[in-house]
Design a protein around this ligand. Structure first.
Ligand SMILES: [Zn+2]
Length: 146
């Protein structure tokens, strides 16, 4: 566009550290299971709805009668995106793959895909959910190609 110039900027690549203290007392079983490589979530003992992430109180009927169920580690790729231009909070991770995979019970999970080739991945591919630990020792989960 004529007459429009980009604003002057000072380019700098710096990381912004964000600290989250997330209470997990009611969902600690999820994190404990994940540390052991198991993937679990909650199912409402009253209305039967399975929730992910685990919900101590049912979002459907508000019951606090949650039970824990195994989701297994098998997943099917529904869709993915290859993130080339990363948000600033992931500036040290570019590029990366993030996918939605469906696990047992029709639950859709969002996670990064480790070691996937964006040119070969396609919906329907078999994935596995695996646990990892970050630098602070906190567990998280990723998809790997099955
Ligand atoms: Zn319920």
């Amino acid at each position: 566009m004529a007459g429009v110039t980009a604003p002057r900027t000072l380019r700098s690549k710096r990381s912004l550290n964000l600290r989250f203290d997330i209470p997990i007392s009611k969902t600690s079983r999820f994190w404990d299971a994940l540390s052991e490589g198991n993937f679990v979530t909650t199912k409402c003992g009253d209305c039967g709805r399975t929730s992910f992430p685990p919900q101590p109180d049912c979002p459907n009927c508000m019951s606090g009668n949650a039970e824990w169920v195994e989701l297994g580690t098998d997943a099917e790729l529904l869709t993915f995106t290859h993130v080339l231009i990363t948000p600033t909070s992931f500036v040290d991770h570019d590029p990366y793959l993030v996918a939605i995979g469906r696990v047992k019970g029709g639950i859709n999970i969002l996670a990064w895909v480790e070691g996937g080739d964006p040119l070969k991945l396609k919906p329907g591919d078999k994935l596995k959910v695996e646990s990892r630990k970050d630098e602070q020792g906190s567990p998280y989960y990723v998809f790997v190609i099955a």
